[in-house]
Design a protein around this ligand. Sequence first.
Ligand SMILES: O=C(O)CCC(=O)C(=O)O
Length: 268
Amino acid sequence: MRELLPEQIVFFRENGFLILRGLLEPEDVNNMKEAVLRIIDGFDDGIRSRSNVQRLKNRVTVQIQQLYQANPLIAEFIKHPKLGEIASVLMNDTPEVRLWHDQVIYKPAKTGGPVAWHQDYFYWQHTDAPDMVTAWCALSEVTEENGCMYVVPGSHRFGMLENRYLADDHELEYIFACLPEEAKNRSVKIPLILEPGDVTFHHPLLIHGSYNNDSDKDRLGYIMHFFPKHLRYLEKFDTLKQDNIKVPDGSLIRGENFPLVWSAHQTN
Ligand SMILES: O=C(O)CCC(=O)C(=O)O
């Protein structure tokens, strides 16, 4: 394995996340930042899902999905060989990595709002296993002041929580109430402080969230949620009915909405 050391793989298994510093080239960061900002500013068409989530008064978190379908440079970036290879290893060496979806989460300076504490798999329970991995690419400086992501290390080992997330008051204590007794004492949150070009990977059961951007610097993250070759569709749990999965119940998830971004056969 070229990109990851054995101890980094062990760290991910134990903690449910991993920070890789300087993984992206400055040129990639600059090009992606420009492409993503064009979409935020409304210059590229074809965006399937766009929302300005306003959970708190005067606070906005801009969340846009499927950017790669609107911009050729982003369509190329999702096939970044380092990201694909790392995702494969963190998903137990799956021979194929596909994109579940991408998204930008943008918190403008002074007005950027929170992302409530959650586990990603809550949204993905119409798949047959919590086996995905997310790559969170920093396209700006990411600090506690401008609303970095916080994670609860090891919380991916607590299983699925009963409550989906904490909506308004955004206190971690609320979510602790849902944890198994033995996990409560061990839970702390830590900030993921990043430079442009750093990438963090996280497990779909990891508890994570982020707070307001009170600083005078924008926070910009481009996020890819990857899934392994063996993942299957479970129609009965498809309560959100997003209509992007076209395969029959019980089948491997494939199709134009789930591009193959990395394959062991192409790189070996
Ligand atoms: O960007 C954030 O603050 C949260 C991101 C997130 O929830 C995710 O990448 O799964």
